[in-house]
Design a protein. Structure first.
Lengths: 200, 200
DNA sequence: CCTACCGATCGGTAGG
DNA sequence: CCTACCGATCGGTAGG
């Protein structure tokens, strides 16, 4: 009896995530992928229907992870600043725990066929709206500056958490929480030394 | 006499930037590119030596634009906050004025051959160092919070200015200066309503 | 800048 | 899961 290994299909998806993220979707051949798993090119088609199915599944799994991480925060009653810190932590953790598929997600989604493409743009709108609503709540609670533009504020937040896929290294010193805490501190409090007597 | 048009080589580079940014480098065939210019595939090779030359030149031109935009700011004597605002403005303007080649730059540089690849990583280190130095100067001047980590602060700034390639639309309402001003305001002052009596 | 072509490689399939 | 193969397309070249 051997150790029960991951289903072959999952192994294929894992290898595809790594190769697609390193070389890009179109620059990875099915024979490259099969070679990683000790197979011949044609043998892959016993487990999958085609190359694009791999891309679709990688992208779908990635967007599902973001959705899951942020969804229940939508109605979280905490103050906006705490909610933002928690959302950034969860968002960055999804990136950090899935560096390969996150990279594929951000780089290759434009190569999807219309149906899968539309799902990604819809996902992007949902996440965008989540952060805009969070900022609006913060303004209404009187915690965030009233002159913030929710759209641009969401853009800035999303820049920070998404761009992490380009530089974060999972084996390094910083955990996703460290990154999120530092980012949240800077974003919330600002880079400038606070001025005495400023404010209302 | 006809209007003097752009040299053919520049037309090829412009079309290549657009196609590479839309479809990706490997998914764009030389016949696609030739078709955009009303040529046959083989005719391109009267003007260029090969496909990778196009990628190398697009990436080199993009990195040169960033270098030029930021270089003379290095020794600018202004306070760090003003310098940061100006650097972000210039950085975002390069992205905004070169959406196609900026996209190619961020997405396709990993597909370069070792020499060109090394130049890009070296560029990235230079820009990284520029922003870290700027943050360090701000701390030393007493203008920025002393507890900032220059590395993470530079990461946050670079996230904001680089990620613009994913959402900025040159024909839209906001100029690069608008974006930079809003981002700089948020980063410098923070999202929170200032607390009365906070600070030293 | 075109026509015609090269060898190589692609995603995918048939049959076992 | 393999062997053997398919038509299509790739980047690039020769000769004009």
């Amino acid at each position: 009896m051997t150790e029960p290994s991951k289903p072959r299909r999952e192994q294929i998806l894992d290898s595809a995530s790594r190769l697609f993220s390193e070389r890009g979707y179109h620059a990875t051949s099915m024979r490259d992928l099969a070679g990683e798993l000790g197979m011949q090119g044609g043998s892959l088609y016993a487990h999958i229907s085609g190359k694009e199915e791999l891309l679709i599944e990688i992208v779908n799994q990635a967007s599902a992870q973001f959705d899951t991480a942020l969804f229940y925060l939508r109605d979280d009653p905490r103050p906006a600043a705490d909610k933002l810190r928690e959302a950034m932590h969860r968002h960055i953790r999804v990136v950090a725990d899935n560096m390969d598929s996150a990279t594929v997600f951000f780089h290759e989604w434009k190569h999807l066929s219309p149906d899968a493409y539309a799902r990604v743009t819809s996902w992007r709108d949902t996440i965008d709206q989540f952060y805009r609503d969070l900022v609006t709540q913060g303004i209404e609670q009187g915690q965030f500056r009233a002159d913030l533009d929710p759209k641009m504020t969401a853009n800035l937040i999303l820049s920070a958490v998404n761009w992490a896929y380009t530089w974060y290294r999972p084996g390094g010193q910083m955990t996703p929480r460290d990154v999120a805490d530092q980012y949240a501190d800077m974003l919330l409090g600002g880079l400038l030394v606070p001025q005495r007597g400023e404010g209302s």
